[in-house]
Design a protein around this ligand. Structure first.
Ligand code: ATP
Ligand code: MG
Length: 568
């Protein structure tokens, strides 16, 4: 017997979704679901942010709600317009739309200031003259309560006057702060009279020099959610301890109270997801930029060839938890392969070319062989690939002295050239240094298209490119950026850059590609037969083709998954 499921079944089930379903049942927000994605524009978005974006936009879409994009731009020193632009571009690329709801916390500076004045008047905030160091000393420790600031009981009028003069620019940076008057003995550090405003004579990317006091993130965030009427303020676990403070502010101000729900940050093996560390990689030149295809930024993996569909499927698959863990990088790659397998046309490319001469093939003759564009997609059709007397194959597909398990081309051995003919190796020619310069073969004209009418079998099928028609290109091969599964783990005296993989990029400059790739446009993705998925790089131009390896064909995750299933 099956019981009918009364709930909408479209989204992946998780505890945040369950809370929303509950709130809809009890009509907590009059049926409204309104989420937001609130990045700080101090770097480029990374894969971790994709999890948050998919969650916020996905849940709102499922329940007919809305999602705002809001820049939490309370820190003028670290924020730049370049970051704002890249974030807007990346969220769109991932497939989400905030319609006309693009906001900035800086839009609320005026309102936040008025609310601060309201809290001073209510005796719930005060101007403090302690230095940053002193404030730290007064804070206490987890086992010891903090000490009250000597300025804590300053009169309301004096505080109002000083706060107005802070705003007017009368005092130097760091000389005074506005603090909430909560509880210096609270077991929660965030409640020990947190700073609301600091003096910073710094230009802001949007408000220019209008302000020289700036609200702390913790003071601005909850109120920004409140102003926007956010129902479910979804954020990562590190903000769990901040929730009592956010609640305190909206309660003290008597304004609309959004509900904060925390979930686990995405961590990936062999990957660092922290804007600060990613910025270090860029600034110290360990990578070519924020969009280097080795970077876990959305700009980087997009350039590398990952699709938004693959990322969304991955994010949907990982679920939500109340404890932080780590997801295998192989799982992300699995979703990239699964998506590209359906959409990327197959082509032939030789990355490390070895010259093959077919001695019995007529000189000057060129045949157009039929090749299938995508066996996964019947609608993708076929194309013609030229075949001639001189070809390139991969160096690793030939061994003069083959080991036992090696079934590809070697002296006396016959193999199939995919969509071509059966060829048999008759000998090698070496250069002065003893390197193999070219391999000589004969072909069997009866095996046109790669099929033997007599039913004879070969143990290997290899790919090739006809030399005369080949286009040359550069292929950038990527490996994990870090050697350690947890790159944040470092030995004493070292920083995380010590874990960088010195071989994360290998550039192959002598690659030979089938001629159909001559005009391939940047961003186009292909499967190079037997080699992996590749994407045309932004540096590419006609006559100067550049490819990025997106992902190998090796499917480590499927194996892991299979092993897991067998264990059950
Ligand atoms: P980072 O530590 O990389 O600088 P952040 O949390 O400071 O990240 P924000 O710009 O403040 O970055 O993040 C915007 C939103 O994305 C926040 O709601 C944050 O919780 C979420 N987010 C950031 N990193 C991750 C992650 N690894 N997994 C899931 N969500 C994340
Ligand atoms: Mg942050």
């Amino acid at each position: 017997m099956t019981t009918p499921n009364p709930e909408p079944a479209s989204g992946p089930s998780n505890f945040v979704r369950d809370i929303i379903l509950d709130d809809l049942k009890t009509n907590k927000y009059q049926g409204r679901v309104h989420t937001r994605f609130p990045p700080e524009p101090n770097g480029y978005l990374h894969i971790g942010h994709a999890k948050s974006i998919c969650l916020n936009f996905g849940l709102a879409a499922e329940f007919g709600g809305k999602t705002n994009l809001r820049f939490d731009d309370t820190n003028p020193c670290k924020e730049e317009t370049e970051y704002v632009d890249s974030i807007i571009d990346n969220v769109h690329w991932l497939g989400f739309d905030w319609e006309d709801r693009l906001f900035y916390a800086s839009d609320y500076f005026g309102q936040l200031y008025e609310w601060a004045v309201q809290l001073i008047k209510a005796g719930k905030a005060y101007v403090c003259d302690l230095t940053a160091d002193e404030i730290r000393q007064y804070r206490g420790t987890p086992s010891e309560p903090g000490k009250e600031s000597p300025y804590r009981n300053r009169g309301v009028e004096e505080c109002l006057d000083l706060f107005a003069r802070m705003k007017a620019g009368e005092f130097p940076d760091g000389s005074r702060t506005l603090r909430a008057k909560i509880d210096m003995a609270s077991p929660n550090f965030n409640m020990r009279d947190p700073i609301m405003y600091r003096i910073l004579h710094a230009e802001h990317h949007r408000t220019g020099n209008e302000w020289c006091i700036y609200p702390m993130y913790d003071y601005a965030h909850g109120q920004s959610d409140s102003i926007e009427g956010i129902t479910h303020s979804i954020c990562t676990l590190e903000f769990e301890d901040h929730r009592p403070l956010y609640d305190w502010y909206v309660e003290a101000l008597g304004i609309y109270h959004p509900q904060q729900i925390e979930f686990d940050r995405l961590n990936l093996t062999y990957t660092l997801l922290s804007k600060r560390k990613l910025l270090t990689l860029v600034q110290e030149g360990h990578v070519r930029g924020w969009d280097d295809p080795r970077m876990p930024t959305l700009s980087g993996i997009r350039r590398r060839g990952y699709t938004p569909e693959a990322l969304r499927n991955f994010c949907g698959s990982i679920g939500l938890s109340k404890t932080n863990g780590s997801i295998e990088l192989g799982r992300l790659e699995y979703f990239v392969r699964e998506d590209l397998n359906k959409r990327a046309p197959r082509v032939m490319a030789v990355l490390r070319p070895l010259r093959i001469v077919i001695d019995n093939y007529p000189e000057g003759q060129v045949e157009e062989m039929d090749a299938i564009n995508n066996p996964e997609d019947a609608g993708a059709g076929t194309r013609k690939v030229p075949f001639s007397r001189v070809l390139y194959i991969e160096r690793e597909d030939f061994r003069e002295d083959p080991p036992k398990e090696f079934f590809r081309l070697s002296p006396g051995r016959e193999v199939r050239l995919r969509y071509g003919y059966f060829i048999k190796c008759t000998g090698v020619v070496k250069d002065a240094s003893g390197e193999i310069a070219e391999v000589h073969c004969t072909y069997d004209p009866a095996t046109h298209g790669g099929n033997a009418p007599d039913g004879r079998k070969v143990k290997a099928t290899i790919h090739w490119v006809s030399a005369a028609q080949a286009v040359s290109g550069e292929v950038r091969m990527y490996d994990n950026l870090f050697l350690k599964e947890d790159p944040g783990q470092v030995d004493e005296g070292q920083d995380f850059t010590a874990n960088l993989n010195p071989k994360s990029l290998e550039v192959l400059v002598e690659c030979k590609l089938e001629p159909s790739l001559a005009d391939a446009a940047p961003g186009t993705r292909y499967q190079f037969e037997r080699l992996g998925y590749f994407c045309v790089d932004a540096d590419s131009a006609p006559g100067k083709l550049v490819f990025n390896r997106t992902v190998t064909l090796k499917d480590a995750w499927a194996k892991i998954e299979k092993r897991g299933k067998q264990k059950k």
